[in-house]
Design a protein around this ligand. Sequence first.
Ligand code: ZN
Length: 214
Amino acid sequence: MRSLLLFLLLLGLAGLELAGPAWAQESLHGHMRYPEAAPEDLVAVCTGNSPRLHKDAAQALRVMIEAARADGTDLRALSCFRSIQKQRYLFCRHVCDPRGQVCGKSCDGRRESEKARAQVSAPPGHSEHATGYAVDFADGRNRKCDFEICFGGTEASLWLAENAATFGFELSFPEDNAQGISFEPWHWRFVGTPEARQLFQAARQRYPASPAVR
Ligand SMILES: [Zn+2]
C-alpha cells in the first residue's frame, strides 16, 4: 500500500514537472498568467520609468548592449519590470466593461472592452513585465519609433533579430502570432537561465517566440 502511494505521488510530481505549475496554464484573453518578481531579485538597469529588471537578465542585458555598441548600434532598454498594480492601472485606464473580470464597473468616459484592450496590453497578473524578465527596447537614433511598429525597421531592431538570442533574449509577440496579440517588435523576454525558462515554459510551448532562443 505504502509503495503504491509513493508511486502515485511520484507520478503526480512527474505530471507537475511536465505541465509546469498550475498558474501557468491559466490565460486571460490569450495572455498567460505570471507571478510578480521578488523585489530583492530586481536591479535598476533600464533607462525609462520602469528601470528595474531581474538581476540575471540585467547581467545579460548589460553585455548585450555593450556588444551592440561595439557594432555601432545604439540599443536602449526602456521599460522593464512592472508591478501587477501598475499593470492594472495601465490596462484599466482605457477599459469600461460591465462583463469584465479585471477592472472596476465604473466608466468615467472610458469605452474599451477588456477583450479589445488585451490585444495591445496584458491584463494585470498576465504581463511578462511582472516577472522582471521582459524588456522593451528602443533605438537611440530613432526615438520617434519608441513603442511603435516602425521600431521593427530600425537598426537596433535588426541588430536584435540577428543577435539577441545569443544573449538569451527572444521576441515574445512576433508578427501574426497565434496568441492573437498585436505585433510588438520592441518587446523581448529573457530565457537564459533555468528559472526564466521555467516561468515561460507554457507560453513557449503554446506560442513560440520568433526569433527564439534554442
Ligand atoms: Zn513590453
